[in-house]
Ligand binder design. Structure first.
Ligand code: UT7
Length: 325
């Protein structure tokens, strides 16, 4: 008998309790709630507490996903954690999560960095490893403490990002509709200078402003619209699916104007897209699993639904996935 397809068995998310609204940022840098809302759609974001770590947030999201999937930690034999803000340079944050969850030594645990496309890169990797038959249940996490890499004096970036974690359990499908149908990942070469965080070669002091996130926003915006539309079309064509057959799109939550443009080009109504960036801003690798979990909780993704996940980020990376629930 053929192996069952690999499917999402559960999802979970965690956001810190501290809410940072636009007006509070406007007291620190020259900006306004009106500018941020009209240019981005973001109203507030969550900020991790000083002692709250990436592995704490990732573990909380993972616990929720395990409960949702009704799977125990000792059934997990693969943890892939996507992040651009790892807790330590080494070991991988996935190893810290393994310990906190009580996942056994049999598990392979590693981090992966594809910036805001990280969750889709981790999903694709986990899917391939599970489909090979060498692993049975994967915990795939996107977790970020972006507040620690932002220059809070740079109004063009500090208003955009927030902290959060999202997680998913992947394993053999339990129903005959479920399954990951396809994924596509790409990277534009030579575009690193559009969005980056320098390393210690720039300055040995991690608090030096030159060590923080830098972005050419307008260029990234144009790329984002082109890339997400391209990869969505590529996936649809490959699977002979018409855009209108997609029940829900889960886009990377970076800017409402970017999502609006994709909806326009794909000729889909905006209400087909799940949007929560107004409450969380851009949480990079956590953005898609956080949105997925909320959409499921709100009944906006139901069993049998077809979803398109689509993201872009530093690299420049981009990618998409088609998932049946
Ligand atoms: O996951 C990937 C992460 N990256 C992204 O998603 C970024 C994609 N890019 C964007 O979302 C948009 O480009 C931004 C929201 C970053 C900026 O919006 P924009 O409409 O492209 O504005 P702009 O960069 O062209 O700047 C327009 C003006 C500038 O002033 P001048 O030169 O016209 O006088 C900026 O200095 O807006 C100014 N500005 C601000 N003003 C008030 C930039 N940031 C702010 C701010 N408040 N926070």
């Amino acid at each position: 008998m053929a192996n069952p397809p690999i499917a999402f068995l559960g999802t979970g998310a965690y956001v810190p309790s501290r809410i940072l609204g636009n007006n509070e940022i406007a007291q620190r840098v020259e900006t306004s709630d009106e500018w941020i809302v009209t240019r981005t759609g973001i109203r507030e974001r969550r900020i991790a507490g000083p002692t709250e770590t990436v592995s704490d947030m990732a573990t909380a999201a993972a616990r929720a996903a395990l409960e949702d999937a009704q799977i125990s930690a000792d059934q997990i034999d693969l943890i892939i954690l996507a992040t651009l803000t790892p807790e330590l340079t080494m070991p991988a944050t996935a190893c810290l999560v393994q310990k906190k969850l009580g996942v056994s030594e049999r598990a392979a645990c590693f981090d992966l960095n594809a910036a805001c496309t990280g969750f889709l890169y981790a999903l694709d990797t986990a899917w391939a490893l599970l489909a090979s038959g060498r692993y049975r249940h994967a915990l795939v996490i996107g977790a970020e403490k972006l507040s620690s890499v932002l220059d809070w004096t740079d109004r063009s970036t500090c208003v955009l990002f927030g902290d959060a974690a999202g997680a998913a359990i992947l394993g053999p499908a339990r129903t005959n509709t479920q399954g990951i149908l396809g994924t596509r990942l790409h990277t534009v070469p030579g575009a690193a200078e559009l969005l980056y965080i320098p390393g210690p070669e720039v300055s040995p002091n991690p608090l030096d402003l030159r060590r923080l996130l830098r972005m050419k926003g307008r260029e990234v915006f144009k790329f984002a619209v082109r890339a997400m539309e391209d990869v969505a079309r590529e996936l649809l064509e490959q699977h002979q699916i018409e855009a209108h057959q997609i029940d829900r799109v889960i886009p990377h939550q970076a800017n409402l104007r970017i999502i609006d443009a994709i909806a326009h080009y794909l000729k889909l109504p905006l209400d087909r897209f799940y949007i929560n960036l107004d409450r969380y801003g851009n949480t990079s690798a956590a953005s898609i699993p956080l949105a997925l979990h909320e959409a499921r909780q709100q009944g906006k993704i139901r069993p049998g639904d077809l979803t398109l996940l689509v993201a872009f980020g530093a690299g420049l990376t981009y990618g998409g996935a088609l998932v049946r629930w």
